[in-house]
Design a protein around this ligand. Structure first.
Ligand code: BTN
Length: 309
């Protein structure tokens, strides 16, 4: 959001402020104040013009400016009612040099999952991609993916869902006691870099938020099905704030991930590039690789598709 508009909306959120007062505080003309107020109204902010000044009375629909308003994390939000894939748009922005931009959409018509799977993304979910330019080596990039899954699980838990994490980064809701689950969210991280340096990461986060059972793929669940519909604007803000706090202190990511893990202690089958592995998931390493105890001993798996047995 434009800095002047951000200053106006923040000023009038706490009570009425007159046009002349805003003009003086922001060192702009009264006509410019009026134009910005009009633009803010067009973005969906409800602003009453009273005798004692302008006052924000309600924050409108789910879009870029409303998500940015009140967001306590340094992201710019680019919103689309409908898009192919927010990750594709994120990659475009990353290639152009963008950093800390979130591409957010109400609906994706070409949503992509891991391992070239399709990702169903109807209107009502939270579909977004965060463009990051961290100064880390590629080996630490998985920590960003784990941070996204922890941030998502924490936000879903605040919304009343018993969200846990299945290695590496699916946010799931347990069904019964034996490791079964329904999937609530998935993360798809894409990266560009050299051997010793990440250039950019696009962290794609999909959450089945306000979706009903009949709109969900088999084996999935949603925040609405597990708890209640959420205000997606607030949900996205909380998720981004959690993500920001984790990525600012990468050492906190793996301990936070362990606290929410459903996979640890489970018998697992992991399909990985080198073949299939079966055993008990006993831990994760500092960079989020899964440690599996098999009949032959302990093995560390850094990437793969994991199934709870
Ligand atoms: C998976 O579990 O397979 C990962 C799913 C990732 C889906 C998200 S939705 C937002 C972003 N845009 C995409 O096309 N995919 C990711």
């Amino acid at each position: 959001m434009n800095e002047t508009r951000r200053a106006i909306i923040e000023a009038i959120a706490d009570g009425p402020v007159s046009g002349p007062e805003l003009a003086e505080r922001l060192e702009i003309s009264r006509a410019a104040v009026w134009k910005h107020v009009d633009a803010l109204r067009a973005d969906g902010f409800e602003i009453e013009g009273k005798a004692d000044g302008y006052e924000l009375t309600a924050v409108g629909p789910y879009n870029g400016p409303t998500v940015e308003f009140g967001l306590e994390a340094p992201f710019e939000v680019e919103y689309h009612d409908s898009i192919g894939s927010t990750n594709d748009r994120g990659r475009e922005l990353a290639t152009e040099g963008a950093a800390d931009v979130v591409v957010l959409a109400d609906e994706q018509v070409g949503g992509r999952g891991r391992l070239e799977r399709e990702w169903s993304s109807p209107s009502g979910g939270v579909w977004m991609s965060v463009v990051c330019r961290p100064t880390i080596p590629p080996a630490e990039a998985p920590l960003y993916t784990l941070a996204a899954s922890v941030a998502t699980a924490r936000t879903a838990r605040e919304a009343g869902v018993d969200a846990r994490i299945k290695w590496p980064n699916d946010v799931v809701v347990p069904v019964g006691e034996d490791g079964d689950y329904r999937k609530l969210s998935g993360i798809l991280t894409e990266m560009e870099g050299e051997t010793d340096r990440v250039e950019w990461l696009v962290v794609g986060i999909g959450v089945n938020a306000n979706l009903e059972a009949e709109d969900l793929p088999e084996g999935s669940t949603s925040v609405s099905e597990e708890a209640n519909d959420v205000d997606r604007r607030v949900f996205v803000q909380r998720l981004l704030e959690e993500f920001e706090s984790l990525r600012s202190d990468l050492e906190t990511v793996v301990p936070a991930w362990r606290d929410l893990a459903l996979t640890l202690g489970q018998r697992v089958r992991v399909d990985r590039p080198g073949g299939t592995l079966e055993g008990e998931a006993v831990d994760v390493t500092d960079t989020g690789a899964l440690v599996v105890r098999t009949d032959e001993g302990r093995t560390t798996v850094s990437a793969g598709d994991c199934e709870h047995l």
